[in-house]
Write a protein that binds this ligand. Sequence first.
Ligand code: AMP
Ligand code: MG
Length: 345
Amino acid sequence: MIYKTVRVFVFLAVVVVVALLVRNLAAPKGPQLQSGFGGSRIVMGTFANITAVAADDKTIKASIDAAFEKLVEVDEMMSDYKAGSELSAVNRDAFAKPVKVSDELFEVLKASVDYSRKTQGAFDITVGPVVELWRRTEKDGTKPGEKELAQAKARVGYEKLILDEKNKTVRFAVESMKLDLGGIAKGYAIDLAIEEMKKAHAAGGLVDVGGDMRCFGASPKFDNIWRVGLEDPSGASRYLLVLKLSDAAIATSGDYRRFVMVDDKRYSHIIDPATTASAGELTSVTVIAARAMDADALATAVSVMGRTKGLQLIESIDNAEAIVIPADKKLELVKTSGADAYIRK
Ligand code: AMP
Ligand code: MG
C-alpha cells in the first residue's frame, strides 16, 4: 500500500515537472510586449500624440503620462504666448538686466545660437519682432509696412543675444528684442519626453507634436521600425510617401502648415531674418536626424535657405537627411543623397 502511494506521488511529481517544462519552453524569452496609444492632447498650440510599447498596461500608461507631463513643462518654460513663462520673463527684462534662466532654457538658447552660426543666420530665434508683425497680419490681413519691418529688423540678430554660460544668464544688447522659440522648442520637448519614456521603462515609443516626432526601440509591430507618413502639402488627405524610422526624429516645416493670406497670396510664418520677408521657396521641408531638436531647427533653417543652399547644408551634416517640395513645381520631391534609405519602397 505504501509503495502504491509513493508510486502515485512520483507519477504526480513527474507530471507537474513535465507540465512546468512545457510551459517554460512555450513561453517567449523576455517579457511579452504590447503597445498602447495615449490619445491626442493639445500641447504647444498643436496636437500631441504619444504611443508606447512596454511589457504591461501600467508601464505603458506611466510612460505616456510622464512624456505628456514633460511636454507641458517645456511649453510652460518656453512659450512666448504665455505671460508667465521663463521665456516671457527674458523678453520682458533681459535688456534692463541679465536674466537667470533654467538649465533647460539655457541649453535651448545655446543650441539656437549654434544653429544661427551653422546656417549663416537663417535660423535665428531673435526674429521675434518681425514674427510679431506677421502675426498682426494674421489678425487684420494687412501686410507689414517697409518702415515697421526696418525698425523690427534693427532688433533682430543672434549676435545681439548675450549668453553667460557660467552664470546661466541671458541679456539683450538692444532694447525691445524678442526671442521666439517656435522653430526649436517642440523638438527639444520631444527629446526630453522620449527620455522620460525610457526612464519609465518603455521598450519603445513615439512622441509626435504637430507632425514633428521622434521614435525609439520596439514599435507596435514589434520590429523596431516606426512607419511615418509624409503628408501631402496640397491639402489632399493622403500620404506622399512613408518613412521607416528606427531611433530617429523627423520635423516638417512649411508654408502649407501655417501661413497668412494677404490679397490671395500666401505668406509663410517662417521669416528670413536677413530680409524680414516670409520664406516662400519651399512648400514643405522634412528633415530626418537623430534628435528632434536638430531636425526641428534644421527644417526651419532649410525653409529659409531654400533648395540649393538648404540641401547643401544637410548633406554636410552627418546622419541628417532632407526631403523638400519646392513651391513652384507642386509635389516634386527633392532629396539629399541618403534620404532614400528611409523611404518605404
Ligand atoms: P517651424 O514650424 O519649426 O519651422 O517653426 C516656425 C516658427 O519658428 C515660426 O512660427 C516662428 O515662431 C519661428 N521662426 C520664424 N522664422 C524663424 C527663423 N528664421 N529662425 C528661427 N525661428 C523662426
Ligand atoms: Mg522647426
